[in-house]
Write a protein that binds this ligand. Structure first.
Ligand code: SAM
Ligand code: DTB
Ligand code: SF4
Length: 320
């Protein structure tokens, strides 16, 4: 069993040793230089009943963030955007909705989106809040590959960030998605005022899942004016890289995604993250509500570093 002190010892190790180990693990389990490209769409923005302190989409902060809530998008509009994402080289399309949980009346439309996006030959991912078993199974039947549901931080720090739900409820939804045969995309946010011990425990919680999540997004907090965490976000860049390296070492097969926050990162910092074992990113200038690097900036970065977009997994191509 992976113990807390084992993960903390990795964090505490000399940076050069940590990076060497992360690189060694990365090269033993992945094609070096290949980076998976995912693209997000917010299919239903804002008006969320949860109170996540980092989030622009909570109704609780709407009068301060000024974010306007929207209705669930029409299927055709989602498909137009998905086709654009595919044409620009993304292999996974991630549909996000600002819900506590999907309502029954929305499930048919979301399942239709998933069916059609899958039929385009993209991997499908959705992040819709909590799920019950019947919903997990309906999403799986529609062709969903991945369910994104982040634990966000350590169990100990969780109630400082979110009060409308418990850490254990996140785990229940993850178990439901897994039981339905979905792959898991599950990670967290750095720079919310957590300690190194919280970062280590968050990664340990992910690593002890059996099986481990296939995707782990590591987000750097994007401080959103009007949210309680508007003044946080300045995590030390080397500590950020260490976290990526530890994630790579303790979850060797996982795709570790350098996720939100890249607009506030230098080219050098992103390069160190790839060296530490990150092998996935979100592409396109928008995440859900916040910004992301322009596509040509990412193309330049890939060119400079000799990075290559990761092809679709063979089993997905065969299923097309
Ligand atoms: N409502 C669903 C949920 O909470 O699972 C899905 C959408 S939610 C926006 C998905 C994830 O985005 C959150 O769990 C969090 O990790 C990340 N996120 C949201 N706002 C962020 C921010 N300002 N900076 C960094 N990551 C953020
Ligand atoms: C994840 O870990 N990061 C993505 C995705 N999963 C859904 C979302 C990042 C959101 C950043 C803030 C925004 O765009 O509002
Ligand atoms: Fe709602 Fe998800 Fe934002 Fe939390 S992170 S407020 S659950 S949209």
């Amino acid at each position: 069993m992976l113990e807390k002190q084992d993960v903390e010892a990795l964090f505490d190790s000399p940076f050069m040793d940590l990076m060497f180990e992360a690189q060694s693990v990365h090269r033993a389990h992945h094609v070096p230089g290949e980076v998976q490209l995912s693209q997000l769409i917010s299919i239903k923005t804002g008006g969320c009943a949860e109170d996540c302190g980092y989030c622009s989409q909570s109704a609780k902060y709407a009068k301060d963030t000024g974010l306007k809530a929207t209705k669930l998008m029409d299927v055709e509009d989602v498909l137009i955007e998905a086709q654009r994402a595919k044409d620009s080289g993304a292999t996974r399309y991630c549909m996000g909705a600002a819900w506590t949980r999907p309502k029954e009346r929305d499930m048919d439309k979301v399942c239709e989106m998933i069916r059609e996006v899958k039929a385009m030959g993209l991997e499908t991912c959705a992040t819709l809040g909590m799920l019950d078993d019947a919903q997990s199974e309906a999403l799986k039947d529609a062709g969903l590959d991945y369910y994104n549901h982040n634990i966000d931080t350590s169990p100990e720090f969780y109630d400082q960030i979110i009060t409308t739900r418990e850490f254990s409820e996140r785990i229940e939804t993850l178990e439901s998605a897994r039981a339905a045969g979905l792959k898991l995309c599950c990670g967290g946010i750095l720079g919310m005022g957590e300690t190194r011990a919280d970062r280590a425990e968050m990664l340990r919680q992910l690593a002890i899942m059996d099986p481990q999540p296939e995707s782990v997004p590591i987000n750097q907090l994007i401080p959103i004016p009007g949210t309680p965490l508007a003044l946080e976000g300045d995590i030390d860049p080397i500590e950020f890289v260490r976290t990526i390296a530890v994630a790579r070492i303790i979850m060797p097969e996982t795709m570790v995604r350098l996720s939100a926050g890249r607009t506030n990162m230098s080219k050098e910092l992103q390069t160190l993250c790839f060296l530490a074992g990150a092998n996935s990113i979100f592409v396109s200038a928008k995440l859900l509500t916040a910004g992301n690097p322009e596509r040509d900036q990412d193309d330049d970065l890939f060119e400079d570093l000799g990075l290559m977009p990761m092809p679709l997994p063979a089993e997905h191509v065969a299923a097309e």
